[in-house]
Each structure stands twice: as structure tokens, then as C-alpha cells.
Design a protein around this ligand. Structure first.
Ligand code: FAD
Length: 157
């Protein structure tokens, strides 16, 4: 059974995580990210998807969660997007609960101060997210979720 068959076999909550290489000129990254996030939030809201997009060192790592059909349809569109390539599916399957339910999509870039996260995942010397296990990729994105939450709280206080 293919990954797509596996995730489309049920309408229960599913989560998919992939890594890909950015194909965006460095000077265009801010604008391109803005476009990607605006389109993602609008479309994901329509189909009940939530998730997080990590943007670091020439890579994207993204989690999508929602009904299997919505996850699969969206991932197929993302696969065809020329703004990235070399997509590597890291995990896909049923999930007990949403981990990124605060956002229809949220992009986060890591700063130098966030390097401890990469240390913990032995990814600091060379960020190679395509080599992560599914569990490792989820740990990474959950750590990024924590940074995003702290940053939001700091902005409020
Ligand atoms: P249209 O907007 O009609 O565009 C047609 C084609 O052109 C598509 O292949 C599209 O990918 C491509 N395209 C669109 N804009 C540009 C551009 N500025 N430069 C180059 N090519 C372009 N979409 C979601 O709905 N949810 C997500 O969570 C999501 N996450 C994404 C994460 C990443 C890392 C990237 C790169 C894209 C993501 N997208 C997401 C965008 C997705 O790939 C589609 O562009 C978007 O969903 C619109 O699809 P569409 O078929 O309506 O394409």
C-alpha cells in the first residue's frame, strides 16, 4: 500500500510531515513566504487543516494535519509547487490529536538563539531534515511550536 493509500483510507485525523529543499532566491524569500502563508491559511481554513512550516538553512519542514482527504489533496498540490523540490515524506498516518491546532498554517524561521533545538536533534553542524525519522521530525516541529508560543507570549507581555 502506498503512503497515499494509507492516509486516504480513513477520514479520521491524520498528520503528514515532509522535508523539501527551497527553490527561492534568498532575496525573494520573505515575499515568497508571505505569499505561501497567505494562500495556505485561506485554503487550509476551508478544509480544516492545521500545521506548521519550519524554514531553515535552505529547507522547509512542514506538518499538515486534518482529515485524510484534505491532507492528501493539499500535499498533492504542494508536491507540484516549483518553489521547492526534493520532497521527502517523513511520516504520514493517523494521529490521536492535533499538535499544531493553533494555526491553519504558521511559518517559523530559526534564529541563532534557537540553535539549542538543533543541538538536541544533532542537526546543528549540518541541517539535514530529510534524514530525520518521522518521530524526530515531529519532535523538531513540536520544539519549534514551543518557540513560536513563547515568542507570541513575549510580544503580548
Ligand atoms: P495556483 O495558485 O492556481 O497556482 C498554479 C501553480 O503555480 C501551482 O502549481 C502553484 O504551486 C504554482 N505557484 C503559485 N504561486 C506561485 C509563485 N508565486 N511562484 C511560483 N509558482 C507558484 N498550500 C496550501 O493550500 N496549504 C499549505 O499548507 C501549503 N503549504 C505550502 C508549503 C510550501 C513549502 C510551499 C512551497 C507551498 C505551500 N502551499 C500550500 C502552496 C501550494 O503549493 C499551492 O501553491 C497553493 O495551494 C495554491 O494551489 P493552486 O493549485 O490553487 O495553485
Amino acid at each position: 500500500m502506498s503512503d497515499f493509500d494509507a492516509i486516504s483510507s480513513s477520514r479520521t485525523l491524520h498528520r503528514l510531515i515532509y522535508a523539501s529543499r527551497q527553490r527561492i532566491a534568498p532575496g525573494d524569500l520573505d515575499n515568497a513566504l508571505g505569499e505561501i502563508i497567505r494562500a495556505s491559511i485561506a485554503r487550509n481554513r476551508e478544509v480544516g487543516l492545521t500545521g506548521l512550516l519550519l524554514v531553515h538553512d535552505g529547507w522547509f519542514v512542514q506538518a499538515l494535519e486534518g482529515a485524510a482527504e484534505a491532507v492528501m489533496t493539499t500535499y498533492r498540490r504542494i508536491l507540484d509547487d516549483p518553489r521547492h523540490d526534493d520532497l521527502k515524506l517523513l511520516s504520514a498516518g493517523p494521529a490521536d490529536a492535533r499538535e499544531f491546532g493553533d494555526w491553519n498554517m504558521c511559518a517559523r524561521r530559526l534564529s541563532a538563539a534557537d540553535d539549542a533545538i538543533l543541538d538536541a536533534l544533532a542537526q546543528r553542524e549540518a541541517f539535514r531534515p530529510a534524514t530525520l525519522s518521522g518521530a524526530g521530525a515531529l519532535r523538531l516541529l513540536k520544539a519549534v511550536r514551543g518557540i513560536q508560543h513563547r515568542t507570541t507570549l513575549d510580544a503580548i507581555v
